[in-house]
Ligand binder design. Sequence first.
Ligand code: UDP
Ligand code: MG
Length: 329
Amino acid sequence: MVMRSERPRLGLILPAYNEEIVLATTLNKLVQIKTDLIKKGMVRLDSFILIVDDGSTDTTWDIIYAAHQEHPNILGVKLSRNFGHQPALIAGMSEGIKLADIVITLDADLQDNPDIISRMVADYQLGNEIVYAVRSSREQDTWFKKYTALGFYKTLSILGVEIIPNHADFRLMSRLAVQALLKMPERHLFLRAMVPLVGYQSSQVFYERGRRQGGVSKYPLKKMLNFALDGITSFSVQPMRYLFGLGLIVLGVAGVEIIYTLAQKIIGNTQAGWSSLMISIWLLGGFNLIAIGVVGVYIGKIFTEVKHRPRFEIESITNDQQHQELTKQ
Ligand code: UDP
Ligand code: MG
């Protein structure tokens, strides 16, 4: 194992969408954590916090701007609209890594316990390029979220998608790892399955996920379901293969049905065919619809991917000099 001797410049990356209620508290806590790490000599003095304002409609950007005036090492990037959690994370990482040696992404609501950051940095110093923060329990969750999450992880593993159970987007990545991640051009982002594909030496740090420290969840059920569907269809073509298998089975059943019908006809018992006809029509109609739906999901993906639209658009950055430094690279 390689021990690293250089102190890294750390960038803490936070996506924030309408987080005015909790953001100031979060920033206070993180400034404190950052100061501690600097004092312990674990990270460089110019380590920073970068908040990505994901098109907030409240005063989130004003809070970021004011914080930047007070602490020059709090930086902000404002996206031109709400792009979503995952694109906001990519935006933060790609901007942050221009300045930092390592980035740690975490939520703006303090649910990702920042007290384990020092353990994550220590793991990086041991030679890891990626350090995953993994929840040690799901006691904070409602039973609904707990069981849907469990079902989701199970489905993904059956479909052959490799992800770390109970790890979301709280992780440390070195410049090497971020650069590798940024080479993946896709628009449908599901970072927790993309990051393991990067490879390199990695480790896990366990933590208890806390409650949201203020404000409300920005992940309503509909967004969560869409995210889960993206996770499955962006990483696995198994559903299409299953449909192919299903098609073969239906074909087999149809073969038996044809022989049976012909036999009935030969006997002269043709009137009895009505019910089997109805059942066949409905069954096949159903299978067809499912099949078209699944194919449609993939075609929809091809449609959005081939457009190669930018994944995010930056409207402004907290300070101009910073902006120049970022854009000249
Ligand atoms: N978030 C974002 N854009 C969005 C939705 C969420 O940047 O469109 C941020 C949000 O501000 C928070 C993080 O993503 O920092 C996780 O969201 P949230 O805490 O609402 O999700 P939950 O913890 O309820 O799953
Ligand atoms: Mg949260």
